[in-house]
Design a protein around this ligand. Structure first.
Ligand code: BT5
Length: 272
C-alpha cells in the first residue's frame, strides 16, 4: 500500500520547502544533518515513514514504527547565539500543538517544557533539537519532530505515559500525515519568524498552553517550588517555597510525582 506520506514532498515543495522522503531510515535528524552539511537550504525537510534508530535527548530511544507516526526533521539556520537556542524546542512544540489541537477539539493539548507535547499527562509528540556550530555561531540546528498519529499501542515501558491522535479519538481525515506535516511546518515557519523577531515574547505565547504552569517541581539539590513559566533563554522559572525565583535548565528540575508530592526524590520521575 502506498504511504499517505508519499505525497508529502510535492506538498512541502509547494509551500516553499525543499523536502526528501524515505520509506525507512535510521533517524531523520541524521539525514537532515548530512543534508545540511552538504548545503541544504534553511527550511529543508526530511520525512520518513519508519525510523529504525529514532532518538530522543541523551541517546534515549524514540519509538516510531512504520506507518503510525510522523517523523520529520527541519533544517534551520537561525541567527542566534548557541546559548540562546534552547527555546527552539518550545517554538517547535507550540507549532505541533497548533497543528494537532484542531484534530483533537475535545482534548486539551499542551506543551510541556522542555520539549514535549502532551494530552493530559501523556506525551503525544516530542522534539529533538541538535545544533552544529561554526566557530562560536550556530551553523545549523536540526529540529526533529515526532508525532504519534495512528498508533494504538506502545512498548510496555512507555504505554502509561504515551498517547496518539487515534487513541485520543481522532479519525480520518485527521490522521493524514501529509496534512499534519503541512500544518506543523506552516505553524513552525510562523513561530520561528515570531521567535527570532522577539525571543522574549515566547514565554507569553507558551503561557496559555503550558503543561508545567503551577506544577510542583523539585530541583536537583532538593529544593521545591512551583513552575511559573519560561525565561527568554529557555530556562524554566521556578518560584521556590521560600519565595525566591530561580531559573533551571532541562535536567536540573523534575515535576514532583503526584502521588509522592509529600515524599519525593528527584529520581522518581519518568524520563520523557
Ligand atoms: C524526545 O526526547 O521526546 C524527542 C523525540 C524526537 C523524535 C523525532 S522523530 C524525528 C527526529 N528523528 C529522530 O531520531 N528524533 C526526532 P525525550 O524527551 O528524550 O523523550 C524520549 C523518551 O520518550 C523515551 O525515553 C521514552 O520514555 C519516551 N518515548 C519514546 N518513544 C515515544 C513515543 N513514540 N511517544 C511517547 N513517548 C515516547
Amino acid at each position: 500500500m502506498a504511504s499517505d506520506l508519499a505525497a508529502s514532498v510535492r506538498a512541502l515543495e509547494a509551500i516553499g520547502h525543499a523536502a526528501r522522503y524515505f520509506p525507512t531510515t535510521g533517524s531523520t535528524n541524521d539525514d537532515a544533518r548530512a543534508w545540511a552539511a552538504a548545503g541544504a537550504p534553511s527550511g529543508a525537510i526530511v520525512l520518513a515513514d519508519e525510523q529504525t534508530a529514532g532518538r530522543g535527548r541523551h541517546g534515549r530511544t524514540w519509538s516510531a514504527p512504520v506507518g503510525a507516526s510522523l517523523a520529520l526533521s527541519i533544517v534551520t539556520r537561525p541567527d542566534v547565539a548557541p546559548s540562546r537556542l534552547a527555546p527552539l524546542a518550545i517554538v517547535a512544540g507550540l507549532a505541533v500543538r497548533e497543528a494537532i489541537a484542531p484534530r483533537l477539539a475535545h482534548r486539551r493539548v499542551r506543551v510541556k517544557w522542555p520539549n514535549d507535547v502532551v494530552v493530559g499527562e501523556k506525551k503525544i509528540a516530542g522534539v529533538l533539537v541538535e545544533a552544529s556550530l561554526s566557530g562560536r555561531a550556530v551553523d545549523h540546528a536540526i529540529v526533529g519532530i515526532g508525532v504519534n498519529v495512528n498508533r494504538s499501542s506502545f512498548p510496555e515501558e512507555i504505554a502509561h505515559r504515551a498517547t496518539s491522535l487515534s487513541l485520543e479519538g481522532a479519525r480520518d481525515p485527521d490522521l493524514d500525515r501529509t496534512a499534519i506535516a503541512l500544518d506543523v511546518v506552516r505553524a513552525f515557519d510562523r513561530a520561528l519568524v515570531e521567535w527570532l523577531a522577539d525571543p522574549e515574547a515566547l514565554g507569553a505565547r507558551l503561557a496559555p498552553h503550558d503543561a508545567l504552569r503551577d506544577v510542583a517541581v523539585q530541583l536537583e539539590d532538593g529544593r521545591r517550588g512551583v513552575a511559573v513559566g519560561l525565561e527568554g533563554d529557555g530556562r524554566l522559572r521556578v518560584r521556590l517555597d521560600d519565595g525566591a525565583l530561580v531559573l533551571a535548565l532541562a535536567g536540573e528540575v523534575v515535576p514532583v510525582p503526584r502521588a509522592r508530592r509529600d515524599a519525593a526524590s528527584p529520581n522518581d520521575h519518568g524520563d520523557g
